[in-house]
Design a protein around this ligand. Structure first.
Ligand code: LMR
Length: 411
């Protein structure tokens, strides 16, 4: 008898489980809108040309596979800092940058740092949110508080957000923010709302934990940074968790960064040393390859221009899918024009679980359990079928409800 005998079996991560189920479904006509992985217009997740070129360069020029520093690949750290917080565009102190194991690793490093240094302070998370946010913060040991970011019928719940900032969060609490391409809704705060959020975060003395995993997929690489910059120019400190998974297509290389900046005059060296100590005790140092690729692209003008084109093309595909959806009057319970106003890779269809399961099992149409769909996976070959399947399933469910309520089926 050992402690192993009593270990409970944990359920798989729901998003990864449904993505795996979709991957194993061989039915012709399957539509997989589950995990947030970009797909081009032909339904492929290609390796960027700029990435391939940078990889060739690294293969030719790398001279050693010896350890790198705990902070990460030096070229990557300096290039990503200059790229995301350029001194000529944002008036903030750049306090620390650590390469992390993807965006999730950045959230985890930030969460552990905050749990150690702000004991007892809660992290406020608006729901719905990325399915892993709560688990990551919980594992860091931070008390979690949630608030409804979306209204019951869809749309942003700005009142609830302001209520948290003005009345509920305590000074020193942490607020998780996604400035652009909100995961899972795609329904970002508008400029006026964001300005008020920033003002109130400052007034309430909160610490923003910013999750940026879809930079460039909202409007443009430059425009998508404006909200982050507006925040950094006002707050004492903000911790930015940046992912290169989507905008460099480097999912499996796990490239991300934790950047800390703001108006604080605190000693950057002390902060950097604290983050490095947590990294050292967790995984010692991050992997070099993907960060080498990103660092090389960002510091090589021709490759950088090519990469920027590739990101523009991704954004254009997502935008076009939204516009095509908007030519339909409705997508199930959703006003298609509201989907068109969103940004980034996702939107949410507030479908009942029974319809989501029916679409999955009967028709091979897969979405996350909460109705989130990856818009990049829609294209001219599957979009009409997607709309028809959703609308048919929705209308049949409405008709059944009407019959059960004794109403004429058409009402
Ligand atoms: C997603 O939201 O689908 C992605 O960020 C992938 C993941 O790890 O959940």
């Amino acid at each position: 008898m050992s402690f192993l005998d009593d270990l409970p079996l944990l359920p798989p991560d729901p998003l990864l489980a449904v993505a795996r189920q979709a991957g194993q479904d061989n039915r012709a006509g399957k539509i997989d809108l589950t995990i947030g992985v970009y797909k081009d217009r032909s339904g492929q997740t290609p390796i960027f040309r700029s990435v391939k070129a940078a990889e060739s360069y690294l293969v030719q020029n790398e001279r050693t596979k010896s350890y790198i520093s705990t902070d990460g690949v030096a070229t990557f750290c300096s290039a990503i800092t200059a790229f995301v917080l350029p001194t000529h565009q944002v008036a903030c102190n750049r306090l620390a940058t650590v390469q992390t194991i993807g965006g999730t690793g950045a959230l985890s490093l930030a969460g552990r740092f905050l749990a150690e240094n702000c004991p007892g302070q809660a992290v406020w998370i608006g729901t719905p949110t990325w399915s892993n946010h709560v688990a990551v913060m919980q594992q860091c040991g931070l008390p979690i508080q949630t608030y409804p970011r979306s209204l019951p019928g869809g749309g942003r719940n700005f009142t609830a957000m302001m209520d948290v900032l003005a009345n509920k969060a305590r000074r020193g609490d942490i607020i998780l923010l996604q400035p652009v391409c909100h995961n899972p809704t795609g329904d970002d705060w508008n400029d006026a709302e964001w300005a008020e959020i920033v003002e109130q975060v400052v007034r309430a003395g909160l610490v923003p934990l910013v999750d940026m995993a879809y930079h460039g997929l909202g409007q443009t690489l430059d425009a998508d940074l404006l909200r982050l910059h507006a925040l950094m120019e006002k707050v004492e400190i903000a911790l930015l968790c940046y992912s290169c998974s989507k905008n460099f297509g480097l999912y499996r290389e796990r490239v991300g960064a934790l950047l800390v900046g703001g108006q604080s005059r605190a000693r950057p060296a002390a902060l950097q040393s604290q983050l490095a100590a947590i990294a050292r005790a967790s995984y010692s140092m991050p992997p070099a390859h993907g960060a080498g690729v990103v660092g090389h692209i960002l510091t090589t003008p021709a490759l950088r221009a090519q990469w920027e084109d590739e990101v523009r093309d991704m954004q254009a595909h997502l935008h076009a899918v939204r516009q095509t959806l908007a030519t339909h009057e409705r997508i199930g319970p959703c006003n298609a024009r509201a989907i068109a106003r969103g940004q980034g890779m996702f939107c949410m269809l507030p479908l009942p679980p029974a319809i989501i399961m029916l679409l999955r099992n009967e028709h091979g149409l897969y979405m996350a359990d909460n109705g989130r769909i990856n818009l990049a996976a829609l294209n001219e070959n599957n979009l009409q079928r997607f709309v028809s399947l959703i609308n048919q399933a929705w209308e049949s469910a409405q008709a059944r409800t009407a019959v059960a309520a004794g109403l004429p089926a058409s009402s």
